[in-house]
Design a protein around this ligand. Structure first.
Ligand code: PLP
Length: 397
């Protein structure tokens, strides 16, 4: 072939005029936003368990079917609060294939993460690995429900009981997901969700903790503010300043109302990607694993360098030139990140699947900014790139 492929890295116009991000970014209409914020101004009430805060906690209790929901300013602080409130000691066993916040929340609570590997196919924590890596200093397991799938919380509950350790979940990716045993949010001692703008339930920034344990909820309510409330709940060693404001609650309430529609839109986009990517050699679309209902919050692919003809990182450059801001989520594995790298306290054996996936996993755009035409266009770029992989490879070393 001696004609230049019609791609931006060869000087063709970019496929998209403005950068196309991977996040969900579902916004309510301006009119709804204005109405909600006018109410805040009329009430002159910004913070501290205001009416929207209370309404959101109540709605989420119904949504998840749990006894307690605590709104927090983000999932990272929520995870740290749970580690504190569970009064953990020593180590928390968790996958290394997750976002840095999962591990940093443990470190900030004065504990050490102990990393284990994942299942190569589902990307979720590997139950056999948990058993294998367990040691007497581990006081809890943190399950991570990834990519709108789950790490089989019902199985982890039985395992944690047998091992005599506590269990909690980083469910930042799993809002609105369900397994046969019920909605994600009800498992372990607690589950933590992120309401960051890139997530399907969005408070601009925010999150929540779910638990069915009354004592734990009381300790969490005592940890959440940065000052002693007039009637201190229970004594706690540390407080977190992790309150959610009325403005955040207002955004989340609108997002909760829109959730069914946004979830359905994500699913439709996922199915379109599925059809479009099926025939491109070397790309595998990762299905949300082990769920009855997914939020399809992430569009995750694996790139097989040999079959595709380019590495994942080379493909990222091609996409970036087209203004498709795909991501290598997660890179590197947490066992290779500061402050955990090269330290056997955090990782005792090689994490083969984690390392492999960190080099082949690619996140593509899905959510509010993506339409059927956008999926078509991204599919065209990927197909053209694969067909011209040899030539492109010479250009991008
Ligand atoms: C798996 C996981 N855990 C935790 C977080 C942190 O969430 P937040 O930004 O709400 O602190 C993220 C953020 O994307 C995440 O992907």
């Amino acid at each position: 072939m001696n004609t230049r492929p019609n791609l931006a890295i060869f000087g063709a116009p970019r496929a998209f005029d403005t950068p196309l991000p991977v996040g969900q970014l579902y916004f309510p209409s301006w009119e709804r936003y204005e109405r909600a914020f006018r109410g805040i101004f009329e009430r002159q009430y910004y913070n501290n368990n205001g009416p929207l805060h209370e309404q959101l906690e109540c709605r989420l209790r119904e949504f998840f079917g749990v006894k307690h929901v605590l709104l927090v300013s983000n999932a990272t602080l929520g995870l740290m609060m749970v580690a504190d409130a569970l009064e953990l000691t020593g180590k928390v066993l968790m996958p290394a294939f997750t976002f840095i916040a999962s591990a940093q929340s443990v470190s900030r609570a004065g504990l050490a993460p102990l990393f284990c590997d994942i299942n190569r196919n589902t990307h979720q924590i590997d139950v056999d690995q948990i058993v294998r890596r367990m040691d007497e200093e581990v006081s809890a397991i943190m399950g991570v429900n990834l990519w709108g799938g789950t790490c089989q919380p019902q199985i982890l509950e039985k395992l944690a009981n047998t091992l005599g350790v506590k269990l909690y979940f980083d469910s930042a990716h799993a809002f609105g997901c369900a397994i046969e045993e019920g909605k994600i949010g009800r498992f372990g001692q607690a589950e933590v969700f992120s309401f960051h703008a890139t997530k399907i339930l969005n408070a601009s920034e925010g999150g929540c903790i779910c638990t069915n344990d009354d004592d734990l909820a009381l300790r969490l309510r005592s940890i959440r503010p940065s000052y002693r409330e007039s009637t201190p709940l229970v004594p706690v060693v540390r407080v977190a300043n992790a309150r959610m404001s009325e403005a955040q609650a207002a955004v989340a309430l609108m997002s909760l109302e829109d959730f069914p529609e946004n979830r359905a839109n994500n699913e439709k986009l996922y199915r379109l990607y599925e059809c479009r990517l099926r025939d491109i050699p070397g790309i595998r679309l990762v299905e949300p694993a082990q769920v009855l209902v997914s939020n399809y919050q992430y569009l995750i692919c694996e790139i097989d360098e040999v079959r595709f003809g380019l590495s994942r990182d080379q493909l990222l450059e091609v996409l970036k030139a087209e203004n498709v801001i795909a991501r290598r989520y997660f890179y590197p594995g947490l066992h290779r990140c500061i402050p955990y790298a090269n330290d056997s306290r955090f990782c005792t054996e090689p994490l083969i699947h984690t390392d492999e996936l960190c080099h082949s996993c690619l996140q593509l755009p899905i959510g509010a900014r993506v339409s059927a035409q956008v999926v078509e266009k991204i599919g065209d770029i990927l197909a053209l790139t694969q067909a011209n992989a040899k030539w492109i490879g010479q250009r991008i070393k």
